[in-house]
Design a protein around this ligand. Structure first.
Ligand code: HEM
Length: 548
């Protein structure tokens, strides 16, 4: 077969046309980007995001632009999810695509040398760590740690009463007591030592490391996060490298020091269990120590903050739900003993209060960012490859189609199952939670998909026992300011900035509800004399028994 010149021209023309068409269509995805505020060239939407309360601003934008928004952070695509449906569809149901984390050069690669569990990529190393932690964090395992939570919450009551007797209406530093109790519980479990005062060096260093992580991980804090190729610069031109080395060394010493204590302390604990695990055999000691250290970090602040918001809700909106909870506690528990985990099946209302606290003021209020390396389409929109995907927790927990009306109000009743759904034989899980009495609403405060919080059952148990005991024991009001002589005005929206969002500090008067409270707390006494190594050994036996 032979071709004439016009034939060849025709074929060449068609090839060129095809190539141009392919280029054209390759550049333009078949779907538009999700809506969002109009970006400027180069900087995108960077100039439009306020420095503070970004989650609140994004929530209001979602009212205008819808459940899926696209922003350009200097060219970096950022997709914001503002309804539970969108977060569920992408982060839960398509979790094979959405389980990575955005790259964090300073906080992730330099300061923690890739060993921070929360910001690891979803790769084989991450899965190795998850496999190592998993047996310790199941529902059944969590049930075995309840005696430790019982011990620390008894201590909390004793300490709060002790401070109240000194300061009365000036108010106790409830944040400190919540923090000590949670930290002591998690350090006992991880490393086999308790924290009696909450001012121990290990805790102070741990808080310092956490604060540095939050600071170095802030968007825009380090130029190398915006332009990662700058990290190839020699050290004398890259001052952040020296700073990162110093912070890494501080964190390494803390975590390795704690691991050594854990291995040496009497009684069972997570350090000993993990050290013997098959997964740890292919890790360096530092890598194992970071795993344990991050687990402690992840549990400490979050649960403490939830308990702080519970006090804010109590003071600002508690008139009906606190009365109801206290009446229930008086009926179920009475006035001659403390509430215990055994009472939990009859105290579903307290679990509803815990769920409502996490919904009303999500601890990580702006959400923890996920990341997709591949492109996707959703709701007719194009999600580009390498997008940061942020489930805005504040917006999602205000999703009326899921949580019903009055989403800004604190209403524990929204979590209670309808009467007709409750059966005579309720389902009670191994931790005592009355599953039948509660509505199956999403616990979005713990995140989504394969990155969902692995400590959530432990956290729920902690919230239950502390909330039940505080409600049983005290009447709470804002403390009286020494400066003004007036009760401190508590604004339920007044919060700090950062990775976790705390209420602005204040003190609260925590008055025993009657003489019987004082008698029982004093009778129960301090727990400092308890042999916690023995409690840990019992927890280990119970864990093995419960796990079969
Ligand atoms: C009220 C208390 C807590 C809250 C509100 C909370 C919330 C969260 C959230 C929102 C995430 C990110 C999920 C996502 O990316 O979608 C997370 C991750 C995590 N949490 Fe929690 N958490 C709490 C307590 C705990 C406790 C007690 C522990 C440990 C015992 C823990 C360990 C972790 C770990 C290890 C991760 C990282 C998971 C990963 O990136 O794959 N958390 N948590």
């Amino acid at each position: 077969m032979s071709f004439s010149i016009p034939d060849v021209k025709l074929i060449l023309g068609a090839v060129v046309l095809l190539a141009v068409a392919r280029l054209f269509f390759a550049r333009r995805p078949p779907h538009p980007l999700p809506p969002g505020p109009k970006p400027l060239p180069v900087i995108g939407n960077l100039h439009q995001l306020p420095k503070s309360l970004q989650w609140f601003h994004l929530y209001h934008w979602s009212k205008k632009y819808g459940p899926l928004m696209h922003l350009s952070m200097g060219g970096q695509p950022l997709v914001i999810l503002s309804t539970h449906q969108a977060a569920h569809d992408l982060l839960n149901r398509r979790s094979s695509k959405y389980s990575d984390r955005p790259r964090m050069v300073m906080a992730g690669e330099l300061v923690t040398r890739g060993m921070h569990m929360l910001i690891r990529q979803y790769d084989e190393r991450y899965k190795l760590h998850q496999r190592m932690e998993a047996p310790l964090l199941t529902l059944r395992s969590a049930s075995a740690y309840r005696p430790l939570q019982d011990m620390e919450s008894r201590q909390l009551l004793f300490d709060v009463l002790g401070e109240y007797d000194e300061v009365a209406a000036k108010g106790v530093d409830f944040h400190h007591h919540h923090e000590r109790a949670m930290a002591s519980f998690i350090y006992t479990l991880n490393y086999g030592f308790r924290l009696r005062t909450g001012y121990e060096k290990e805790l102070l260093d741990g808080k310092h490391v956490q604060a540095e992580f939050a600071r170095t991980g802030q968007v825009g804090a380090y130029i190398v996060d915006s332009f990662p190729s700058l990290n190839h610069l020699p050290r004398f031109l890259a001052p952040w490298k020296k700073e990162a080395d110093g912070l890494y060394e501080l964190e390494r010493q803390l975590h390795v020091g704690n691991l050594d204590k854990g291995l040496g302390n009497p009684g069972w604990n997570f350090s000993k269990y993990m050290d013997k695990s098959a997964e740890a055999q292919v890790m360096s000691k530092v890598e194992l120590a970071f795993d344990l250290g991050i687990l402690a970090d992840a549990g400490l602040d979050t649960s403490t903050v939830a308990l702080d918001w519970f006090i804010v809700a109590w003071i600002t909106s508690g008139s009906s739900w606190v009365t109801k909870a206290q009446k229930l506690l008086d009926d179920v528990v009475g006035k001659d003993r403390l509430p215990t985990f055994e009472d939990r099946p009859k105290l579903a209302y307290i679990d509803a209060i815990a769920s409502e606290t996490l919904r009303w003021r999500p601890v990580v209020v702006s959400g923890v960012p996920h990341f997709t390396k591949v492109e996707d389409n959703y709701m007719g929109y194009h999600i580009p490859a390498n997008s940061i995907v942020l489930p805005n927790a504040f917006a999602i927990t205000r999703d009326e189609s899921v949580f019903g009306p009055d989403v800004d109000d604190f209403v524990p009743e929204r979590w209670l199952a309808d009467e007709q759904d409750t059966k005579p034989e309720p389902t009670i899980d191994v931790c005592g939670l009355n599953v039948t009495a509660l509505k199956d609403l999403p616990q979005t405060g713990f995140g989504f998909g394969r990155r969902i919080c692995t400590g959530r059952t432990i956290a729920r148990n902690q919230l239950f026992i502390q909330m039940a005991r505080m409600l049983w024991a005290f009447d709470v009001e804002a403390g009286i300011s020494e400066a003004t002589g007036q009760r401190h005005k508590v604004d339920p929206m007044d919060c700090t900035e950062g990775f976790v969002t705390l209420p602005k500090p204040f003190k609260a008067e925590m008055r025993p509800r009657g003489k019987w409270v004082r008698d029982i707390i004093l009778q129960s006494g301090t727990t400092h004399g308890i042999d916690h190594a023995e409690v840990l050994n019992q927890a280990s036996k119970e864990r093995e028994r419960a796990s079969g």
